[in-house]
Ligand binder design. Structure first.
Ligand code: DAH
Length: 344
């Protein structure tokens, strides 16, 4: 008796050689490679063979299937290129027609602002330090000078995990401790980093507040870093981010992890400081919290505050993106509505 595998192989390859159109090709595939096709039947026979012959037979059927798959692909390519050549010759394809525009995906508006931030800070000598979203309570609060029961903890309603020592970070500031400990080499090296990332707060979701949002934290540690460095650095950032004429102002404020602390405003870039609805007729827009790193925080990061000093700041890219594009509702950012996303 002739070998059934060889027989099917011969039959398949012979009939494939005369296939010249894609319908016949599809029928060929069904006949030999389909679920109930000839090769499938061979697989079905394996079970009825004597145990000793099964492995060898199975291997041969596998090899046949691979060979026929490859032959199919080659034939398909050939038929397609012949059809294309024919259409070109008969003039069915008009190669002078303009191409149909293809819709490309776009970058999320927050991603765009983030990249803009990163490029500007990179030019100014800050590299990116990626901290973590799931953080320890100790770093998110205590080591930043917010001990348990500190009233400022109430400003940041927190998502805790089942383990109450672990939470979703409420701000990017805990990354300051990680960066100092990891990059500072035991408090002996200067640092200049930005720390971008998602933050989470258990808040009522409204047009102005979301339970998730991004921040970009900045941190510079060195010997003799002074408040004038902070002011000059932020003013330079504003010039690069908004306009070469951008003016900034600093208002005294309070954050537990900085002393002194300041809020930073930039002259409203929508009305040029004249006063408009967006800046609530003040002529200024708040863009950052900032300050000189508190000595306790420096110590927690491994630095001796009598020799080292530093500044820090935190910015909210969503807010800046909203101002820039006149976006009225922060909920658009994470609702994945294409009608919103496609506008950027
Ligand atoms: N972590 C603060 C917040 O989420 C923002 C902030 C303020 C960060 C002052 C800083 C800073 O680094 O110096 O509200």
């Amino acid at each position: 008796m002739s070998n059934p595998i060889e027989q099917i192989r011969g039959e398949a390859l012979q009939s494939l050689a005369s296939v010249t159109d894609s319908e016949t090709l599809a029928a060929w595939r069904g006949k030999f490679l389909g679920r109930r096709g000839a090769v499938g039947k061979l697989f079905g026979q394996i079970g009825s063979l004597p145990q000793a012959e099964r492995a060898a037979f199975g291997q041969q059927v596998n090899a046949l299937q691979a060979e026929l798959d490859a032959a199919f692909d080659a034939r398909e390519t050939l038929i397609q290129s012949q059809a294309m050549a024919r259409d070109l010759e008969e003039g069915d394809i008009d190669i002078s027609l303009p191409a149909r525009p293809r819709r490309r995906g776009g970058l999320h508006p927050s991603t765009r602002t983030h990249r803009e931030f990163q490029a500007i800070w990179a030019d100014m000598g800050f590299h990116v330090y990626q901290s973590r979203d799931v953080e320890e309570d100790e770093l998110n609060f205590s080591l930043l000078n917010l001990p348990p029961h500190h009233p400022a903890r109430d400003m940041q309603d927190t998502f805790y995990t089942a383990d109450s020592r672990v939470l979703l970070r409420t701000h990017t500031s805990p990354g300051q401790i990680r960066a100092m400990r990891e990059l500072g080499a035991g408090g002996s090296k200067p640092i200049r980093v930005i720390l971008p990332g998602m933050c989470y707060r258990q808040e009522q979701i409204t047009a102005r507040s979301e339970i998730q949002f991004t921040q970009v934290e900045g941190l510079a540690i060195g010997r003799n870093i002074r408040m004038s460095d902070l002011k000059g650095t932020i003013a330079e950032f504003a010039k690069r981010m908004y306009s070469p004429e951008a003016k900034v102002r600093f208002r005294a404020s309070y954050f537990p992890f900085t002393e002194p602390s300041m809020e930073v405003d930039v002259e409203c870039f929508l009305c040029g400081g004249e006063g408009c609805r967006v800046c609530k007729y003040t002529g200024w827009l708040e863009i950052a919290g900032s300050g000189m790193v508190h000595p306790t925080v420096l110590r927690n990061g491994g630095y001796d505050p009598s020799e080292w000093s530093g500044f820090a700041f935190g910015m909210g890219p969503e807010r800046i993106t909203m101002l820039k594009h006149g976006i009225q509702d922060i909920r658009y950012f994470w609702s994945n509505d294409l009608r919103f996303l496609q506008q950027f």
